[in-house]
Design a protein around this ligand. Structure first.
Ligand code: ADP
Ligand code: MG
Length: 697
């Protein structure tokens, strides 16, 4: 827990910590810590998966097969039988004279002791119809005195692990729940109407009364659940509002476009007109970097919507204002594409563009480093090598990260640390072709300013998508022949074999050989992640130049490659790709005026999600719709790429179902932060502990 949590002083926490430090940890204690159950509050927030009803005893005659119940009876007989295998068989009889058989395939001498004839036992389990009437296999049981009290509330069953017995966890949680500082942090009237106080909600969820509705509890619809979800969503909103506030206090160089400056010259030199959407987002960015506060903006736009030129315009403004701009891409190929394009646009205007990737070495590297450090280079393009320790910038004013979701949170935190100096932070523009669905944008990315390009440049013909079984492979190769004969180019994408890079290479190599043999006279290239960068670049330039007609590649071409003459994309084993990956890949065709086709080859049998993905691809080319379906199929955990650290995800709230609560949390967060900053901080600490930092990256 961070030191700043002092707003919610908790002597009990401290006492518990000293107590545990004093004696060695038991095995269940260690298992609890592995589950992240350290503080009292962590235990209090560890909620039951389901409940068992031990609040009543039913007559054996009322027990039904398949419905768990608790019964009570006197042991009439207990013996070890050997057929069909060794087992303990116990016969009990309740006060009405009805009998039930208990069967234990694993048992210990202690079992036999509890089942001494004449002993009264309480047994809980799911009866099934047996040869001699009803029986229970491996019920829970305990010997009791006549009239022993029943449980006062439903018994919680917690997510646990093999080394962590339920009984131990139940005790630990009950104790922690009593100790945990659960006083109300939120001012009266701020919690949505009808929801109980936090302590009451938690007491209810851990120990529901005998008459509680199990359905409402299990579906998380009960007001107690709603309260927890609201708390969690509020903490998330607060932490992001804090991030935004903190950023407002930072300073960045104000970058303003001068009249008749580079920005205008670049616009005039472009071979096309900006689309309305490009103009709009370029203006949003210009406004933002013109303020003296660091920009933190995500530019989203479908594949091919023209984000690069928007980035170039922002770079032109920065350079014109006397600052440098760095542009980073996740792969060398993509970085190189940007480099070529930007050199083409900017060097004629007198701007030096430096080039930094892992494969730029020796003297060349030294030169590029000097250009960045001296300020001679206005723009530095590269992979994450750009943020390596040895790289120095003279005056970095703007950092642009393409395909931001491919960079990890850690890398982005590092980027911000590295780029800030002299009390000035650079502006940050992130670009992504995977649009964030609205619900996610409002929750996880609430601290981010968003610009959206929602229009493609004119003259594009939509890509037609076909889904074929493997058996149609020959037809597909025939189609390739046709396309090539018409002077078009084709991509063939091989899947990544996750377990083995060697197998992956083997696959691509085999396919390459096979296609070369099937298409005599056609230049067929191979592009693979393991090839040296220079070789990759050579293959790419043959394909970009048009002399190579068919390119067999693993997913290294996934992002950003731009060859307008390519009209056919074949994706082999399409069922192994994720939905957004397929959409990105498909975006490599349909970049010119030619009608293009994307063929998804699959190998049966398809899983349900595999089917759903291929169907989505066939039904829509709209990136936003794809993202929405992806969220539906995978859930936010996997969707989020860079923010994927499980710890930062919502545990209780569901963005689809709880959008009303999300709206309420969004409305409350800024007000609470303004009017009761200490309570707001305590709320964030209670829920996020040290994880809040991660959410801000
Ligand atoms: P993405 O958003 O996927 O990064 P790019 O920036 O690579 O897209 O742009 C795709 C292609 O469209 C490029 O060839 C680019 O030069 C071209 N382009 C961008 N904007 C326009 C426009 N307004 N009109 C015509 N072509 C454009
Ligand atoms: Mg791009």
């Amino acid at each position: 827990m961070p030191a700043s949590s002092a707003a919610a002083p908790s002597p009990t926490d401290a006492a518990a910590a000293t107590a545990t430090a004093a004696r060695p940890k038991s095995a269940p204690q260690k298992s609890m810590e592995k589950l992240g159950l350290r503080r009292d509050i962590d235990l209090a927030l560890h909620l039951p998966l389901r409940y068992e009803d031990e609040t009543r005893v039913v007559p054996i005659a009322a027990a039904r097969p398949g419905v768990a119940v608790q019964v009570e009876g006197v042991v009439r007989e207990a013996q070890v039988e050997f057929r069909p295998r060794r087992q303990l068989v116990v016969r009990i009889e309740d006060s009405a004279g009805d009998e039930l058989v208990l069967r234990f395939l694993h048992f210990y001498p202690s079992h036999q002791k509890s089942f001494a004839p004449g002993q009264l036992v309480r047994v809980r389990g799911e009866p099934r119809g047996g040869f001699f009437g009803l029986e229970m296999v491996h019920p829970t049981f305990k010997a009791v005195q006549p009239g022993a009290p029943l449980a006062a509330s439903l018994t919680p069953v917690y997510p646990a692990s093999a080394q962590l017995p339920q009984a131990y966890l139940r005790k630990a949680i009950a104790a922690a729940l009593a100790r945990a500082p659960l006083h109300e942090l939120l001012p009266p009237g701020s919690v949505p109407r009808g929801l109980p106080p936090l302590r009451e909600a938690l007491n209810y969820l851990h120990h529901p009364p005998p008459d509680a509705s199990l359905a409402a509890l299990e579906e998380h619809a009960h007001p107690a659940w709603q309260r927890l979800k609201f708390e969690e969503l509020l903490a998330q909103q607060l932490s992001q509002a804090q991030a935004r506030q903190e950023r407002e206090l930072l300073r960045a160089p104000p970058l303003r476009a001068g009249a008749g400056g580079l920005h205008e010259k670049l616009l005039a030199a472009l071979p096309f007109q900006l689309t309305g959407a490009q103009q709009r987002v370029a203006e949003e960015i210009a406004q933002d970097i013109g303020r003296g506060v660091p920009m933190h903006r995500l530019l989203q736009g479908d594949v091919g919507s023209g984000k690069t030129v928007v980035a170039a315009l922002a770079a032109a403004v920065a350079i014109d204002a006397g600052w440098q701009c760095a542009l980073m891409a996740p792969t060398e190929i993509l970085a190189e594409q940007h480099f070529r394009k930007l050199v083409g646009w900017l060097e004629p205007l007198g701007i030096r563009v430096a080039w930094l990737t892992g494969s730029v070495k020796g003297k060349a590297r030294k030169q590029q480093l000097e250009a960045a450090a001296s300020g001679e280079a206005g723009l530095i393009v590269g992979t994450h090598a750009v943020i390596e320790d040895k790289v120095r910038f003279a005056r970095l004013g703007l950092a642009i990260v393409d395909e931001q979701h491919r960079f990890g949170v850690q890398q982005r935190l590092e980027l911000r640390r590295k780029l800030a100096h002299d009390g000035l932070e650079p502006h940050l523009l992130m670009m992504s072709a995977t649009p964030i669905p609205r619900t996610l944008a409002m929750s996880y990315f609430a601290d981010l300013a968003l610009s959206t390009i929602d229009e493609l440049p004119p003259g594009r013909t939509p890509v037609v998508t076909k889904v074929f079984g493997d058996a149609r492979r020959e037809d597909v190769i025939e189609r390739i022949r046709d396309e090539v004969a018409q002077g078009r180019q084709v991509y063939w994408v091989c899947p990544l074999v996750e377990e083995s890079e060697a197998l992956d290479l083997q696959n691509a190599t085999d396919t390459h050989a096979q296609l070369s043999a099937a298409l005599p006279g056609v230049m067929v290239g191979l592009l693979h992640g393991r090839m040296p960068a220079a070789e990759k670049a050579a293959v790419m330039s043959l394909f970009t130049g048009g002399s190579m007609c068919l390119l067999v590649a693993t997913t290294v071409i996934e992002v950003g490659v731009d060859v307008p003459n390519a009209s056919l994309m074949v994706i082999e084993h399409a069922e192994r790709f994720g939905l957004s990956q397929l959409h990105q890949l498909r975006g490599r065709v349909g970049r010119g005026a030619v009608a293009s086709v994307c063929v998804l080859l699959y190998t049966a049998p398809l899983s349900e999600t595999g089917k759903a993905r291929l169907r989505a691809m066939a039904e829509t080319t709209d990136g936003f719709e794809i993202a929405r379906r992806d969220l539906e199929i995978r859930g936010p955990g996997e969707f989020m790429g860079a923010r994927q650290s499980g710890s930062a995800l919502l545990r209780f709230a569901d963005l689809q179902e709880d959008s009303a609560l999300l709206q309420q949390a969004r409305a409350l967060a800024p007000r609470l932060l303004l009017e009761q900053p200490a309570a707001a901080q305590a709320q964030v600490d209670r829920w996020l502990g040290g994880k809040a930092e991660f959410l801000k990256a």
